[in-house]
Ligand binder design. Structure first.
Ligand SMILES: Nc1ncnc2c1ncn2[C@@H]1O[C@H](COP(=O)(O)OP(=O)(O)OP(=O)(O)O)[C@@H](O)[C@H]1O
Ligand SMILES: O=c1[nH]c(=O)c2[nH+]cn([C@@H]3O[C@H](COP(=O)(O)O)[C@@H](O)[C@H]3O)c2[nH]1
Ligand SMILES: NC(=O)CC[C@H](N)C(=O)O
Ligand SMILES: [Mg+2]
Length: 538
């Protein structure tokens, strides 16, 4: 079964915990080169593919600290080009016998990189070829090289970093103290391009057009001529695109299932059923398992426990549904119908950010939250997972949706997390709390759409806070709950800014919610970016 690395040249990024590591992946993909992020603790012998090049990311650690993460030394014998970025440069130097020390002049912000000529010639190293004699770069370091490793020469300096950029005399090893992956290094993306295209020789085949054909072929190879798949489809863009791909690949051997888990948005199940069946021709079944979910969530407040319960219960429902589909097929065969394949697979619309945020990609550091469809899965699952979008970012999935002719309203839908309102009701989840939040959220989104702002905002939702506040309504004192409104703009949901509404929109939303939602007498707006906050409150 051809894996993605067999089909596309791959750049391996080893993540030492920098908040910018995922941006290195995105910059490579913007050059149409497939890139994959693995923890810095990965042993080279465990990497199941030969990368065309390796990039060592930044890190909050210092290489000389006793608990700092180090790369498997075997990486230097792999015979592929290596680029160390910031800590990655320092780690390369540290491993290859250079010297790294705390620096007198810490550089956090813009710096001026002077690119060094090679000898007396006017040419510069391949990494900077054609990029001029100097460039503005973004620095974020408190350590730096005080001596280069043997066999390296300087290819760039700043006013305070004499070894700001290095290259090996004969091997394709490079190190740069600045961060080319951030937009604050205006020509940083071109530097990454020089490394992955000119030095590593990657072919620019990573396009969604290429991906569709290869992924459909891969799905057919996995499922074989008779294998059947049940699909966890929520109506969100991820699983809708995954469902469309699956439908293209195996037609009616794909059974899409939407689970009403009791914590969906107002009228969500009905709307999704109509959209997918009518607009996409996907045979979708809605399973109402709201009682099961709400009974299991009863009394639970911890967000990670809520995710685990919902993730596990999803799997219980899918497996029960798969067994039902099998039993029906067996009954039909007994009555003389043609034999059908077994239901062996469960499709999920899992994306790369779900994986990055659920598994500690940062080597030694903690996970942020375990997404229900990654960290919340049952250990002893009977069904095997098939996740065509697992390596994709959200904007790549939307591009795929457009190529698959999925209607724009579906492609542009704001993300809605699998655990749904369970992670937007702070505190215990009850049917009453769900009803309050469904109503408040539907008013909020309705007003955003009326104002023509829906597509400008990446994600918007209401949150029900576990606090009561005093209010006055019709001259009588009230002591009721509080709604927080959240709206963010983001490219990849790994970082996000809060959306600046025109005040009159917020005024109208607040007035409608406090007047139309029984039990709410106060509305607030969340002005926290990510980081330090996260998009969801839980
Ligand atoms: N109510 C649901 N019924 C069936 N499957 C679901 C449901 N909610 C989530 N899932 C599964 O969990 C996966 C992750 O959920 P997630 O919300 O991240 O993706 P999505 O709903 O497909 O898209 P979006 O992120 O845009 O909401 C989905 O792709 C889908 O496979
Ligand atoms: O399917 C999901 N299961 C989850 O458990 C989950 N938690 C967060 N999200 C969504 O992920 C994006 C980033 O949200 P955070 O900044 O809160 O992690 C946002 O789009 C969130 O809505 C989830 N999606
Ligand atoms: N951004 C980084 O990788 C920083 C590396 C190291 N922590 C330093 O301060 O120099
Ligand atoms: Mg969703």
């Amino acid at each position: 079964m051809a894996a993605i690395h067999d089909q596309f040249d791959t750049i391996l990024i080893l993540d030492f915990g920098s908040q910018y590591s995922h941006l290195i992946t995105r910059r490579c993909r913007e050059h149409n080169v497939y890139a994959e992020l693995l923890p810095c603790t990965t042993q080279i012998k465990d990497v199941k593919f030969k990368p065309k090049g390796i990039i060592l990311s930044g890190s909050p650690y210092s290489v000389y600290d006793k608990d700092s993460p180090h790369v498997d030394p075997a990486v230097f014998d792999l015979g592929v080009p290596i680029l160390g970025i910031c800590y990655g440069l320092q780690e390369m130097a540290w491993q290859l016998k250079g010297t790294v020390d705390k620096c007198d002049h810490r550089e956090y912000g813009f710096a001026h990189l002077k690119i060094t000529k090679i000898g007396s010639s006017s040419s510069v190293d391949a990494l900077f070829d054609g990029l001029g004699d100097e460039m503005q770069v973004w620095m974020s370091h408190g350590d730096q090289l005080s001596a280069p490793p043997p066999g390296f020469h300087v290819i760039g300096v700043t006013a305070t970093a004499p070894y700001a950029a290095l290259a090996h005399d004969s091997k394709p090893f490079y190190g740069i103290q600045f961060h080319p992956e951030v937009t604050h290094s205006p020509r940083g993306k071109e530097v990454i391009g020089k490394f992955i295209l000119d030095i590593c020789g990657c072919q620019q085949h990573w396009t969604m057009e290429e991906f569709i054909g290869k992924e459909i072929a891969r799905i057919r190879e996995i499922c074989g001529p008779t294998g059947r798949v049940v699909g966890a489809v929520s109506g969100g863009v991820d699983s809708t695109v995954a469902a469309k791909l699956m439908h293209e690949a195996i037609g009616d051997r794909f059974h899409a299932i939407m689970v009403d888990n009791g914590v969906l948005r107002l009228n969500e199940a009905k709307q999704v059923y109509e959209m997918l069946n009518k607009d996409l021709g996907v045979n979708l079944t809605v399973v109402d398992a709201s009682d099961l979910f709400l009974s299991r969530l009863d009394g639970v407040e911890d967000p990670e426990q809520k995710r685990k319960i919902i993730g596990n219960t999803f799997i219980n429902v899918f497996e029960a549904k798969a067994a039902e589909i099998e039993a029906q097929a067996e009954a039909e065969e007994a009555a003389g119908a043609a034999a059908k394949g077994r239901v062996e697979w469960l499709l999920q619309g899992t994306l790369y950010p779900d994986v990055i945020e659920s598994i500690s990609f940062k080597g030694p550091s903690a996970t942020i939250k375990t997404h229900h469809n990654v960290g919340g899965l049952l250990k002893d699952m009977k069904l095997k997972l098939i996740e065509p979008l697992r390596e994709l970012f959200k904007d790549e999935v939307r591009a795929l949706g457009r190529l698959l002719s999925i209607p724009a309203p579906l492609v542009q839908r704001h993300p809605f997390p699998g655990p749904g309102l369970a992670i937007r009701i702070l505190g215990q989840v009850t049917r009453e709390q769900v009803k309050i939040l469904q109503l408040a959220d539907s008013i909020y989104i309705e007003e955003i759409r009326k104002a023509g702002l829906y597509d400008q905002i990446s994600q918007a939702f209401a949150v029900l806070l576990p606090v009561r506040a005093v209010g006055v309504m019709g001259d009588a004192r009230t002591y009721e709950q509080v709604i927080a409104l959240r709206a963010v703009q983001t490219e990849d949901f790994m970082t996000a800014d809060w959306y600046v509404f025109p005040p009159e929109i917020l005024r109208r939303i607040s007035s409608r919610i406090t007047n139309e939602v029984p039990g709410i007498n106060r509305v607030t707006y969340d002005i926290s970016s990510k980081p330090p906050a996260t998009v969801e409150w839980l």
